[in-house]
Design a binder for this molecule. Sequence first.
Ligand code: AMP
Ligand code: MG
Length: 351
Amino acid sequence: MRGARAVFQRGLTCMLAAALLSACSHPDPVQERKFLAMGTLVEITLYGVEPSRAKTLMDNVEGQVHYMEDTWQPWQPSALARVNSLLGTTDWFSIAPSVRPLIVRSQVLSKESDNLFDPAIGKLIKLWGFDQEPRAPGPPPDAKQIAKLVADNPRMSDIHLDGIRARSDNAATVLDFGAFAKGYGIDQTIDYLKREGVHNAIINAGGDLRAIGRHGDRPWRIGIRNPRGEGVIAWVDVEGDQSVFTSGDYERFFIYKGTRYHHIIDPRTGYPARGTTSVTVIHNVAADADAAATALFVAGPKDWYRIAKAMGIHYVMLVDRSGTVHMNPAMAKRIHFEGGKTPKIELSPPL
Ligand code: AMP
Ligand code: MG
């Protein structure tokens, strides 16, 4: 008996030593990198990639993100700024290859969203001063100027593409991909990581992200920011390959004489969309999730369901101005409210 105990104890000691050894020889499975880009904090998380390989991959992702940010910057010299000045001529010109695919995809998304997502309203964004970060202090723009830009009615469908040539029918077309380029860029970096054989990763830009695989033996857990107040309102688990994007009125705004004016503009009125404080969308493609979150924000509590259906989106959570949470049933199954504090919920029919 005593002999058996000794063997057992020796066995335990060996197991402990082996566990310690393996902890020392196996590096942390999570590799992270944070940097500022696209007006926010970008975080790369890789799971299960050997550290020196992870460094190379993260260097490349960081470089790609900076390149895309420079290319798609509408308000400083860039490929997109050149496209914008040439669209204004209404003549044919050679389009930058780095800008063309964004136009192609956002033409589809604008149409599906009834033009509530409309990257052609760059002139309105600039008139509101949201081309500056932070926006210069001062009152909202003159109502007549807003009405004029709404009447000009620039649309993505005004742009015609023919091979490497492009033109716009409408001299008022100015592209601002602020609602879309972050998602599009995240897709590029995730596609790159997948091509390089990475199976488990997140690219997160200020809370908007695409996640692939899992965090070891559990899914990735994603917090959704509380649109009014600190911290998160809820969390969801994601795994496989999914993007989580949120558009909120708290991201960029100014207050003038007690009224809050934020950066998500309703193209029908030319004013910040009313009725919504945040919209979260879960979808596979990040670019489409990004565009949809913006479109559903503009659509608001009464119309989000119709637009989500038209855009082929299956998971939506919209927080309205009174704090009521609107969701489709599939989203409701995935959402966990923080601290068990369940707000008033309105469920839509299935999407
Ligand atoms: P997001 O945070 O993704 O909803 O994007 C908001 C940004 O997209 C704004 O800062 C503007 O640059 C731009 N934007 C504002 N309103 C619209 C809209 N209705 N359609 C497309 N882009 C918009
Ligand atoms: Mg967006």
